[in-house]
Design a protein around this ligand. Structure first.
Ligand code: AMP
Ligand code: ZN
Ligand code: FE
Ligand code: FE
Length: 281
C-alpha cells in the first residue's frame, strides 16, 4: 500500500522547527512514504534526512527552495534532485546566505528603531543551521513578548512590504533554472498563489519559464484551494511539465500546515513523482 507524498518540507537547517531526523520520523508517523526536504538556500540537512528516510523505508528526494525574481516579480523556486556536493547551483548558495545575513542585520536595526529590543545574537539563537531568515527574527520577537507567534510577527511587520521589511540577494528565475538544469536538478515554481502581484494570469509567466527550462509547477500546495490545485495541474500538463505538491511544513507550532496533509485536505498525487522523474531526462 502506498502512503502519502509530501515534496515540500523544511527542517531546522533553515526555518523549520525539527531536525532532519525528527522531521523524517514525524513524516513516517504521518503515513508519508515519499518525501522531499527543501530547506531555504541550504543543502546541509540532506544527508541526515536521507539516512533517516532509509531506516523508515521512505523514498527520499533531495531538494532546496530558492527565492528568485523574474522581471521584478518575486517567487519561490523548488529544485529537486540537487545534492550537497559541488555544482553550479551549489556555488551560489554561500552568496545567497550572505545576502540573508546582511538583510537580517538591517531588519534588526529597523526593529530597534521602532523600539523592539532584539539583537542579531537573539535571532541567531533560534537558528540551528546557516540559513537564517525572517522566521528566526520572528522567534526573537516572540521571545521578548512583542508578538505571540511567527504569524503575528509577519503581520504588518516582517511580511513583504511590511514596516521593517527589506529584500535580499536573489537569483533571477532564469539563472536559477539554468544552474539547476546544468547540475541535473529539476526546477519547479513553488506555491504560485504567493507570486507577488497575484499573477492572476499565470499563462504568460509559465510560458516564459518553460522556455527557460522550468520542469514543474507546485499545483498541490497546502495554501491552494482545490480549484487552484486543479487549474495549475491542468496548466502544468498542458505545458508538458510536472504538477507537484507538498505541505510546506515548518513545525507544528508554525502555521497550520501539517506533514502530508496541509490543512487537512491536501493529497499530493503519486504522479507528481513520476512526472518529476520524467523531467530529469
Ligand atoms: P526569508 O526567507 O527570510 O525571506 O523569510 C521568508 C520565509 O518566512 C518564507 O519562506 C516562509 O517560510 C516564512 N513565512 C512567510 N510568511 C510567513 C508567515 N505569515 N508566518 C510565518 N512564516 C512565514
Ligand atoms: Zn520557510
Ligand atoms: Fe516558499
Ligand atoms: Fe517552503
Amino acid at each position: 500500500m502506498s502512503g502519502l507524498t509530501d515534496l515540500h518540507l523544511h527542517s531546522n537547517r533553515s526555518d523549520g522547527a525539527e531536525s532532519p531526523t525528527r522531521l523524517v520520523e514525524m513524516a513516517a508517523e504521518a503515513g508519508v512514504t515519499t518525501m522531499a526536504l527543501v530547506d531555504h538556500d541550504v543543502l546541509d540537512g540532506l544527508d541526515e534526512a536521507r539516512g533517516a528516510a532509509e531506516s523508515h523505508e521512505i523514498h527520499f528526494i533531495p531538494g532546496i527552495e530558492l527565492s528568485v525574481e523574474h522581471n521584478g516579480t518575486k517567487m519561490h523556486m523548488l529544485v529537486y534532485f540537487v545534492e550537497d556536493e559541488p555544482g553550479p547551483l551549489q556555488a551560489k548558495l554561500a552568496w545567497l546566505r550572505e545576502g540573508r545575513n546582511e538583510r537580517n542585520s538591517q531588519i534588526v536595526k529597523n526593529l530597534n528603531d521602532l523600539g523592539f529590543e532584539i539583537t542579531i545574537d537573539d535571532v541567531l539563537r533560534w537558528a540551528a543551521g546557516k540559513s537564517v531568515g525572517r522566521p528566526h527574527i520572528a522567534d526573537a520577537l516572540v521571545e521578548i513578548g512583542a508578538v505571540k507567534s511567527r504569524d503575528e510577527a509577519f503581520d504588518g511587520l516582517l511580511q513583504d512590504g511590511g514596516l521593517v521589511y527589506l529584500d535580499r540577494n536573489r537569483l533571477s528565475a532564469s539563472e536559477a533554472i539554468a544552474l539547476s538544469r546544468a547540475g541535473g536538478g529539476v526546477p519547479v515554481v513553488a506555491h504560485p498563489k504567493t507570486i507577488s502581484g497575484g499573477a492572476a494570469d499565470y499563462a504568460a509567466l509559465f510560458d516564459e519559464l518553460v522556455d527557460a527550462g522550468l520542469g514543474g509547477i507546485e499545483a498541490h500546495h497546502a495554501s491552494h484551494s482545490p480549484e487552484l490545485r486543479e487549474h495549475l495541474t491542468t496548466m502544468a500538463h498542458r505545458l508538458g511539465i510536472a504538477a507537484t505538491g507538498g505541505s510546506d511544513f515548518h513545525g507544528n507550532k508554525n502555521r497550520d500546515f501539517r506533514i502530508g496533509v496541509g490543512t487537512g485536505d491536501l493529497r499530493v498525487p503519486d504522479t507528481a513523482v513520476s512526472e518529476l522523474l520524467a523531467q530529469r531526462e
